[in-house]
Each structure stands twice: as structure tokens, then as C-alpha cells.
Design a protein around this ligand. Structure first.
Ligand code: ADP
Ligand code: MG
Length: 314
């Protein structure tokens, strides 16, 4: 199969939201009046971000999901994506399942795949995602204010616990692994939450490298400090039961793809309403104070020493 047949068969779908989609030298895109373009890229490398034998459908889902998560954290509406991939060979079955996972999530979020690049090489997947957000309404990292509540969506740490099991660092029962694995393999980007938080949150970020590391970016950019309590963190019953892993997975685990955001106290009722409407738990985990850095208190009010702030590649 030629490169062009491969693109045609597996990566060319209708793109009603684009002026021009796959097939020419460039795609042509138009944002709606009064909006700005939000753009982000995320690359998934075999052996670093996923196991070489990862399920291709889940990999297709996750490749797009991690990118949608960045748009969610910005409060942007997803519109378009490009996909650059290198493959060691054109495995028809693999490609079919990968693109099925990718397009299922794309369709769910109204994203058109409008271009990309396809080359031979070690398996590597890079998406550039594009969305739009009304002028001056994006959720930025620099807006946290002293007195804000710190919130997080969903649950933290299950993906890291599942990964530790896959890496042989611990052994989960079949039932516990089954409960945690979807968080790792099929994260659900919090797009609807990001949109709902426009005009409500002062700052937001998606948690991809661990809560403390990612919240740290908000704190640094906003020049404030956060005080959190370990007992207040939303974690699953499974993680709660693995006390030795609780701190590292919930605070520094990575791959959560939840949103962490700050908002004024007066927004508590609105945020509770959003949680109900989206059927998504939103948990108040701490507050913003003057100063710098982040402290997490244990049940006795003692600060927890974090050995590893989050996942860093270098
Ligand atoms: P060029 O030589 O101009 O870079 P290519 O031959 O690489 O063009 O690609 C042909 C068309 O297919 C372009 O519109 C490109 O955006 C699109 N394309 C290539 N690879 C992919 C992919 N993996 N997914 C979606 N579109 C792709
Ligand atoms: Mg090309």
C-alpha cells in the first residue's frame, strides 16, 4: 500500500468544519468571528508514553485525548487536528483500529482531522490540536488570586497506579487493575468542564505530569502559594487502599488528564452546579495564599515531603 493509499484509507474523513481538509498542501481553516485560535501539540513516543504492544484502538483514543485535554484546560472549543505519525510498517489491522479509536473520540468532540504527515520510522504519534475561544476568555495559568479555592475534577492517581502495576512495581488484583486501567488507557478529556469554567475560574491547567507539578505551573505564573490537604484529595477506593502508593500516585503520578483550577469563594455554588450538570465530581482541595510553592498537609497537619514533584523527561 502506498503512503497516499494509507492516508486515504485510514486518515481521510469528511471535514465539514474546515474550508479545506486533507489532500492539498495545506488545510484551510476559519475561526468564528470574535474568537482566537488555541493551538497545542502533544507527542506520544513508543516506549516512553506507551508500551510498543499497546492496544491500537486505545492508543488512537489517547493520542487525541491528551491533546483535547490541553484545549479543555484553556477553555477552548475543539475544532481541528493534524496528525503526524511515523510507523515501522503499514500494518493494516493496526492502522484500522488506531484510526477507529482516534475518530471515535474526534467525532464525540466535533474535531475534524484536516492534515498531517506520514513517514516510516519508530512508532511515534504527534497531534496538533486547534480550537477556538472567545477573545479574552481563555483560562490561563497566570490568573490565580490569593483567597481562591483550588479545585480538581474527577479522581487522581488511578492511572499512575495502573502503570505501576504494568511496570511490575506492584501487583494489583485483577479487579483493582480493571478499576484503574481505564484512567490510564482511555482518559476522558474534560472539554465540557473547560467550557463551563469560562468566566468562573481564575486559572486552569490539565494534570498530565502530577498534581503538584502542574499546579506548580499555575503558582509560578500567578506568583502565589497553595495549601492543600492530603485527606481532601479525590482518590478511588482502590488507591485509598494502597496506602504506600497514595501520596506518590495522587500528588505526583501523572497521566490523570483532570483539570485543576482556581476560583473565588463566591463561585462555589456555580461550580457545584457545573459538577451536577456534567455528572463529574469537582473537589475543593485547598486554597491560594500569598507566597510561593505548594504545601500538602497530612491528616495531622504536618507538611508532606514530596520526593518527586512530577514526571519530567530531562
Ligand atoms: P506534502 O508532501 O505536501 O507534505 P503529504 O504527501 O505528506 O503532503 O500529505 C498529503 C496530504 O495528506 C496532505 O494534505 C497532508 O496534510 C495529509 N496527511 C498526510 N498524513 C496524514 C495523516 N497521518 N493524517 C491526516 N492527514 C495526513
Ligand atoms: Mg508531508
Amino acid at each position: 500500500m502506498s503512503e497516499f493509499d494509507l492516508i486515504k484509507r485510514h486518515f481521510t474523513r469528511a471535514s465539514p468544519g474546515a474550508v479545506l481538509g486533507v489532500g492539498d498542501d495545506c488545510a484551510l481553516l476559519q475561526v468564528r468571528e470574535g474568537h482566537v485560535l488555541a493551538v497545542s501539540s502533544d507527542m506520544l513516543v513508543s516506549g516512553t508514553h506507551f508500551f510498543p504492544d499497546a492496544d491500537p484502538y486505545q492508543l488512537g483514543h489517547k493520542t487525541l485525548a491528551v491533546n483535547l485535554s490541553d484545549l479543555a484546560a484553556m477553555g477552548a472549543t475543539p475544532r481541528w487536528a493534524t496528525l503526524a505519525l511515523s510507523l515501522s510498517d503499514a500494518d493494516e489491522d493496526w492502522l484500522e483500529r488506531f484510526s477507529a479509536g482516534f475518530f471515535a473520540l474526534a467525532q464525540q468532540h466535533g474535531v475534524d482531522l484536516v492534515g498531517g504527515d506520514t513517514t516510516r520510522g519508530p512508532l511515534n504519534l504527534c497531534v496538533t490540536i486547534m480550537g477556538e475561544v472567545p477573545v479574552a476568555q481563555a483560562l490561563r495559568r497566570e490568573g490565580a488570586q490569593v483567597g481562591d479555592d483550588v479545585w480538581v475534577s474527577g479522581k487522581l492517581g488511578d492511572a499512575a497506579l495502573a502503570l505501576a502495576h504494568m511496570q511490575g512495581k506492584l501487583v494489583l488484583s485483577e479487579q483493582d487493575y480493571a478499576a484503574c486501567a481505564p484512567a490510564l488507557h482511555s482518559p476522558q478529556p474534560r472539554v465540557a468542564l473547560g467550557l463551563a469554567l469560562r468566566g468562573i475560574a481564575h486559572s486552569a491547567i490539565d494534570v498530565s505530569d502530577g498534581l503538584v507539578a502542574d499546579l506548580g505551573h499555575i503558582l509560578e505564573r500567578s506568583a502565589v502559594r497553595a495549601e492543600l490537604s492530603l485527606a481532601g484529595l479525590p482518590v478511588s477506593g482502590v488507591l485509598r487502599g494502597h496506602t504506600a502508593q497514595l501520596v506518590s500516585c495522587a500528588l505526583a503520578g501523572g497521566d490523570d488528564y483532570e483539570l485543576c483550577f482556581t476560583a473565588a469563594i463566591r463561585q462555589r455554588v456555580s461550580i457545584a452546579d457545573i459538577a451536577t450538570r456534567l455528572a463529574l465530581p469537582l473537589t475543593r482541595i485547598g486554597r491560594i495564599v500569598a507566597g510561593s510553592g505548594c504545601v500538602v498537609h497530612d491528616a495531622d497537619g504536618q507538611p508532606i515531603q514530596l520526593q518527586n514533584g512530577g514526571y519530567e523527561h530531562f
